[in-house]
Design a protein around this ligand. Structure first.
Ligand code: PMP
Ligand code: GLN
Length: 381
């Protein structure tokens, strides 16, 4: 018997991507694009390597990248994190989330998070000795209920963990919802950690609004971003946290002992990427909007109840109309039966064992792959 807590289960992404490989399935599960990001971004990382930038970067990240992240927050949202003390580069958003939880959550504290939630939230809160308190987004709208949030907050509540655009439902918080969350955070004197890794994937002519930009929020908010989604380089694992010096300092204090620093040449690549013109971001969004429509219409045509996402590159759909009340059973059967992989939403709940009919498909794949996936579902279901 080894010391320490019981070995945690393997994450659903590993399980499902292994099934995809074994069955030669179209992988609409784990969210990673098939393409390799824009050529100028890849070239900038390769150039950095050739120029010999292959040793440890400064712990908070290379200056050029911190400058680019600060400029991005200013140009898009009017936020002004300090290049020296308000930005820390992390090993993906994942490390930023873990470092923030380890920095702010003490044993016995509660963290309220929109449920369903990305799987690393609960694990990170629990690593810090805290407990995650689910704030449910319920089908079919998956909108947050602010009265319910107010009722969940108590003396043990340490922080609110917000995610918009939201994985896996695709909900994008609107102005009134953000204001409601902000009001509760201010009234109850809570910190907010906000995961905005899908900030450039908001559809329907709306635009992303960071909660840190709302009145009274800057000083209590840590904003987390990632290059993986926006520049189609999920394997580079470059993310960041921005905010007021006092909070970012605490995140840095933990992060220095987790990874110390990560991927110098990739950091130069992302510094170049963030300098892309608005036309890059527009083309990126347009290409995803098209694929979202393709997959949403295809799934609806097959009989799924489709919850159209306002953001992210995921669609949550219910398999109940196809006779499946248990999305996990459905997803475990799907690779062999149809040659397609999806993710059961139940893994994103506080009780991951409770069956739910919703499953998540990603559309971060070329049109031909999405069409092939739909065709396989049509034949096999
Ligand atoms: N947060 C959310 C909501 C995500 O979907 C992901 C990636 N799937 C992450 C964080 C982790 O991002 P990274 O790969 O940059 O660690
Ligand atoms: N963020 C990706 C998703 O939600 C997966 C990340 C991972 O594999 N841990 O699909």
């Amino acid at each position: 018997e080894l010391p320490g807590p019981a070995k945690p289960q393997t994450t659903i992404f590993t399980v499902m991507s292994a099934l995809a490989q074994r069955h030669g399935a179209v992988n609409l599960g784990q969210g990673f694009p098939d393409e390799s990001g824009p050529a100028h971004v890849v070239e900038a990382a390769v150039a950095a390597m050739r120029e010999g930038r292959n040793q440890y970067p400064p712990m908070p990240g290379v200056l050029e990248l911190r400058q680019a992240i600060a400029a991005h927050q200013r140009d898009w949202y009017g936020l002004e994190p300090g290049v020296e003390d308000g930005v820390v580069v992390t090993a993906g958003a994942s490390e930023a989330i873990a470092a923030a939880m380890l920095a702010f959550v003490r044993p016995g504290d509660e963290v309220v998070a929109m449920e369903p939630f990305y799987d690393s939230y609960k694990a990170s809160v629990e690593l810090a000795g805290g407990a995650i308190v689910p704030w449910p987004l319920e089908a079919p709208e998956f909108r947050p209920d602010l009265d319910r949030l107010a009722a969940l907050v108590n003396d043990r509540t340490r922080l609110l963990l917000v995610n918009s655009p939201h994985n896996p439902t695709g909900t994008v918080l609107d102005r009134a919802e953000l204001e409601g969350i902000a009001r509760i955070a201010v009234e109850r004197d809570l910190l907010v950690v906000t995961d905005e890794v899908y900030e450039h994937l908001v559809f329907g002519g709306r635009s992303h609004e960071p909660i840190a930009a709302l009145p009274g929020m800057w000083d209590r908010t840590v904003t987390i971003g990632s290059a993986g989604k926006t520049f189609s380089v999920t394997g580079w694992k470059i993310g960041w946290a921005t905010g007021p010096a006092a909070l970012v300092d605490r995140v840095k204090g933990v992060k220095q002992y987790l990874s110390f620093a990560s991927g110098t040449p990739f950091q130069y690549g992302i510094a170049a990427a963030l300098g892309s013109g608005r036309d890059y971001y527009e083309a990126y969004l347009a290409s995803y909007a098209e694929r979202r429509d393709l997959l949403a219409q295809g799934l609806a045509g097959l009989g799924f109840t489709v919850y159209e996402p306002e953001g992210t590159y995921f669609i949550t759909a219910s398999a109940a109309p196809l006779g499946y009340g248990d999305g996990m059973a459905f997803c475990l059967e799907l690779p062999e039966r149809c040659g397609v992989v999806a993710i059961p939403n139940q893994v994103f709940y506080a009780d991951p064992a409770a069956p739910r009919p919703e499953v998540r498909f990603t559309f971060c794949k070329p049109r031909a792959v999405l069409e092939e996936g739909l065709e396989r579902l049509r034949k096999g279901l």
